[in-house]
Design a protein. Structure first.
Lengths: 50, 224, 228
């Protein structure tokens, strides 16, 4: 198949990089949620202690 | 170790001969699948790569059924604790189960392969029979070794009948590739082996790697 | 313990990934045959390579876990495999995008790397149901390690088998990731792979730290509850 013209090809290339970035961001978001939960639980422990 | 392995193997074979659970079921299943393929593909006879593929996929699926049952006796009657308490090398259990699976597969193929030739294979089986036997032998070894490992892995899960096919089938893809590619020229009209060495070599490599790996790792599955 | 060296690692990742992205779009020339679409390779192939290495690393950590009985190795193995599966999704999706752009179909069987990756991906997806359907934690860790080792050994064997098979059905006339790559493309590739690898290790350490902290916290809470 002959190479796609630049404007069409650009969309596919952009889509791939968007997928890559999205995966990273989803991952960071999940870790962020996990850290938030850890912080919440620590503050509960600190409260119980006081 | 060999004495223990032989003892366990003898027990499993005796159970199978008495209950006739796995081997007839696997054989019947294989023949049923041939019929399914006849209707699914809408073909009266197959040759070459189609024949090779149908035969090997069917054998693999039948093997999955056998593997799911491999530790069934131990699971249902709590026999595995007895084996674990005995002061023997757990590797013996692996060798016995893999040997049992190998023998079951051989028994199934004694009926299923001629049945395939009868029902679906265009050119006859005679064309390259010794080569076919070599492929079957090496393929069975790989399936047996991996089957024993996967059966043990799945034995402790909540749904082993689901886990076994999901684990076993991807792991057996190299075996399928090698066996199907090796068998394809044997099932042509002008049958004769082609590149057999390459595929037998791949099968041998696969068998060696997984037999050694399973032997090394099996102890960890059973310790408690 | 797990977060040692995390900050410099993250900094190195930022630098390398930024450099890689810049090189991909401003430095590397357009491919003669495929045109601009070839740029997808700079994200697709490094993801595949790093994911495969991640699976094998998971197997190596599993070996250390079985030999030492130290559950921290099991944690490292689990996170490595977990992240490689996520990367695997990315490999398959970007592979499909590339296939559509190059061949007009969303999937092709020509590329042995992509095909063998599909098999590996299907296999590792079973890691979760296997792991989480075993109740006893010690057994769960041990069985997962056995799986990780068998699957890790499987990865190279499978690649060889698929490669051999594809050589028969789809003779590779044009090598896509070519040995005959011009120097500037090759350099961009290497930097992309390095960036992806650093990214993987950074996120791996990040998740290890979070998981470990969460586990320690659970232990503290249980102890506090018992004492109360």
């Amino acid at each position: 198949m002959p190479a796609l013209p630049l404007d069409e090809a650009g969309k596919y290339v952009a889509a791939s990089y968007v997928v890559f970035v999205a995966l990273i961001l989803i991952y960071v978001a999940i870790i962020g949620a996990k850290i938030a939960r850890i912080e919440r639980q620590i503050s509960e422990l600190v409260e119980d202690d006081e | 170790m060999t004495r223990t392995a032989r003892a366990i193997l003898r027990k499993d074979l005796r159970i199978e001969l008495r209950t006739k659970e796995s081997v007839p079921a696997m054989t019947l299943f294989a023949i049923t699948v041939y019929v399914l393929f006849h209707f699914g593909l809408d073909r009266d006879s197959l040759d070459g790569e189609l024949a090779s593929g149908v035969l090997w996929v069917t054998l693999l699926l039948a093997a999955v059924i056998g593997v799911s049952r491999l530790f069934a006796a131990e699971r249902e009657q709590g026999g595995i604790d007895g084996l674990l308490l005995a002061p023997v090398d757990q590797t013996a259990l692996f060798v016995a189960k893999a040997a049992a699976m190998f023998l079951f597969l051989t028994a199934v193929e004694l009926v299923a392969v001629p049945a395939f030739a009868l029902l679906l294979l265009g050119p006859g089986l005679g064309g390259a029979l010794p080569e076919l036997l070599a492929v079957l032998a090496l393929g069975n070894l790989g399936i047996a070794a991996l089957g024993a490992l996967v059966a043990a892995l799945a034995a402790e899960t909540r749904a082993p009948e689901l886990i076994v096919p999901l684990l076993l089938l991807p792991l057996l893809v190299p075996v399928l590739i090698a066996c199907a590619q090796a068998t394809e020229p044997l099932f042509r009209q002008d049958a004769g082996p082609e590149d057999l060495g390459r595929w037998l070599g791949l099968l041998t490599l696969y068998d060696v790697v997984f037999v050694l790996l399973s032997v090394a790792v099996f102890d960890f599955l059973l310790e408690d | 313990m797990y977060s040692k060296g995390l900050a410099p690692l993250a900094a190195a990742t930022v630098v390398t990934v930024t450099a890689a992205l810049s090189m991909v779009f401003f430095y590397a020339p357009n491919d003669a045959d495929q045109g601009f679409v070839q740029k997808i390779f700079y994200v697709h192939v490094p993801m595949a390579i790093v994911a495969l290495c991640g699976f094998i690393a998971g197997g190596v950590f599993a070996i250390r876990h079985l030999r030492s009985g130290d559950s921290s190795w099991d944690l490292r193995s689990y996170v490595a495999i977990h992240m490689s599966i996520i990367l695997g999704v990315g490999v398959l999706v970007t592979g499909a995008i590339w296939a559509k752009a190059s061949w007009g179909h969303w999937w092709v069987w020509d590329e042995p790397v992509l095909v063998s990756f599909l098999v590996v991906f299907l296999l590792y997806c079973v890691y979760y149901p296997l792991r989480f359907s075993i109740e006893d934690p010690g057994r769960q860790a041990r069985y997962s390690s056995v799986f990780a080792i068998a699957a890790g050994a499987f990865v190279p064997l499978n690649f060889v088998a698929v490669r051999l098979a594809e050589a028969y059905t789809h003779p590779r006339v044009l090598s896509q990731t070519g040995g005959s790559m011009p120097g500037d493309m090759r350099l961009t590739f290497l930097v992309s792979i390095a960036g992806m690898a650093l990214l993987f290790v950074t996120l791996w350490k990040l998740e290890l730290t979070a998981k470990h902290a969460s586990m320690q916290l659970k232990r503290l809470r249980n102890r506090a509850r018992v004492a109360a």
